[in-house]
Design a protein around this ligand. Sequence first.
Ligand SMILES: Cc1cc2nc3c(=O)[nH]c(=O)nc-3n(C[C@H](O)[C@H](O)[C@H](O)COP(=O)(O)OP(=O)(O)OC[C@H]3O[C@@H](n4cnc5c(N)ncnc54)[C@H](O)[C@@H]3O)c2cc1C
Length: 399
Amino acid sequence: MTESPSAQPFPLGDSAFYEEEHEEFREVAREFVVRKVEPHYASWDAEHMMPRSLWTDAGEAGLLGLAVPEEYGGMGLTDYRFRAVLDEELVRRGALGAALAFHLNDDWVLPHLLAHGTEEQKERWLPRILTGELVTSVAWTEPGAGSDLRGVRTRAVRDREDWVLTGQKTFIGNGISGDAALVLARTDGRTDRAGEDSFSLFLVHKADSPGYEVGRQLDKMGVKASDTAELFFEDVRVPGSNLVGTQGGGLRQIQQLLPQGRLAIAVAAAAVARAALEETVRYTRDRTAFGSRVLDFQHSRFEVADLVVEVEATEAYVRRAVHAFNAGALDVVGASKAKYWASERAKAVTDRCLQLHGGYGYILEYPVAQAYLASRLLTIFGGTSEILRETIGRAVAEG
Ligand SMILES: Cc1cc2nc3c(=O)[nH]c(=O)nc-3n(C[C@H](O)[C@H](O)[C@H](O)COP(=O)(O)OP(=O)(O)OC[C@H]3O[C@@H](n4cnc5c(N)ncnc54)[C@H](O)[C@@H]3O)c2cc1C
């Protein structure tokens, strides 16, 4: 018996994963993306910058700081499926840069404030994160230290109630557009090889911090709309009340909260792979060569069959990680597996999708070319694939 072709043979909606409330949230997210993001995204990409109104509009739509508890004005939505829905809606309309900018705020900084912030810090920062008035960055990487954060040389020295911060960071997303950076700095006063207790985290505000300078904007291959910059700190006075967590606890806090950051990238990667494939199916249905549709060549059909299975398997694997996260059971190894698998799949899937587009796949105005360039980042930031394999392999070896 032959199967009848359906309009969408690999639908996104998975009733076993998403429930009605997620689909209602999807409507809100979609409306926001269609009205406020999609029409402008190409010009933001050309300008290498997104406007601050993106953040305040997202805040107004209730799309920022989903996990912020009600007592601070939020919705307390700790179910990660809501974050996944927002990523899917942004990515399928080509706005991965916006998704990644939101990640920095919601998946990399907010978890630290929620888990380790004092009551005073939460009252000060959380309501402004919700409205998009406070846009944050993660400032860990330095020119000499990325994978190995123990090589961080930025230092903070205690001076009565304050800390004095000196150093340099690079690759900082939202570095230009953001208001405050969660800075990893050495606080043990030593210069020899750092230990686990050598670092602390500070939320450093740009506006009221003389000596906080934004350096060059880095010209990236893809996701250009999201700004990435160098930051410099020269004797920046940081109030003691901006220490997030404990003195000397910075690396442990990062390790504890890495799962959410890596899960976010895994979710986005699965969405990138799906979006590229959907676009490729559309394209190869329309494009003809030698008198037939490109999708009707047996080779194309086999390619697409492989890709559909790859995308669905990736989604299933990532969704398992989302369930584990929701149950409080996603550890660094589990998140590393999800991020490693999904980002490598996104890279491979977009490459094969580009090939199926022929020459048009190489032209930047085609979504698949953008997806290909964007996906190249996913195996690098937030832990390179090599570091993730090291984490996974070590866990297996240590049993
Ligand atoms: C566009 C972009 C945005 C970013 N955004 C941010 C941000 O917002 N905030 C932030 O703090 N950082 C950010 N980063 C930094 C990013 O997380 C680092 O680039 C990444 O962790 C790798 O560090 P590195 O570049 O120093 O590479 P290195 O650590 O120098 O690695 C170079 C190579 O060596 C490999 N390698 C390193 N150690 C090992 C090992 N032990 N075993 C095997 N192989 C190894 C790596 O996998 C890689 O292939 C961003 C990077 C990019 C490109």
